[in-house]
Design a protein around this ligand. Structure first.
Ligand SMILES: [Zn+2]
Length: 122
């Protein structure tokens, strides 16, 4: 992960986002390949114990896959906001999200106080 200077500019955040997005696309691609392989294994011959293990692996894979796709969507949305020039504006209070927070979480849609409130509501 790239560590930026203390106060990253929006250009820096944009580059960071692009980089994270490309990484996420690659992860989703690799994960899809792993899933395809697992699927083939599941359909193949094997005893019941093996099948049980594989099914639990498959369920785990499902969770990983969902998390990866969610992350990708977040990054995609953040890139759109960045292009539109609205990235870094809190969706709740309209305040500025500190660049330091965007550097760690470029997909952040809320400032720290609002995120805290949203987190409790969800
Ligand atoms: Zn806010």
């Amino acid at each position: 992960m790239t560590v930026l200077a203390s106060s990253p500019s929006m250009d820096d955040i944009g580059r960071l986002l692009q980089q994270r997005y490309e990484e996420a696309v690659e992860q989703v691609r690799l994960e899809a390949l792993a899933r395809a392989e697992l699927h083939v294994t599941l359909q193949g011959p094997g005893d019941v114990a093996d099948a049980g293990l594989l099914i639990s692996e498959s369920a785990q894979q499902e969770l990983v896959s969902a998390a990866l796709r969610e992350q990708l969507q977040r990054l995609e949305a953040a890139l759109e906001r960045w292009s539109a020039g609205t990235l870094g504006t809190c969706e709740s209070c309209g305040g500025q999200i500190p660049p330091g927070r965007l550097e760690i979480m470029p997909w952040a849609t809320h400032c720290v106080p609002c995120q805290g409130t949203a987190g409790r509501n969800r």
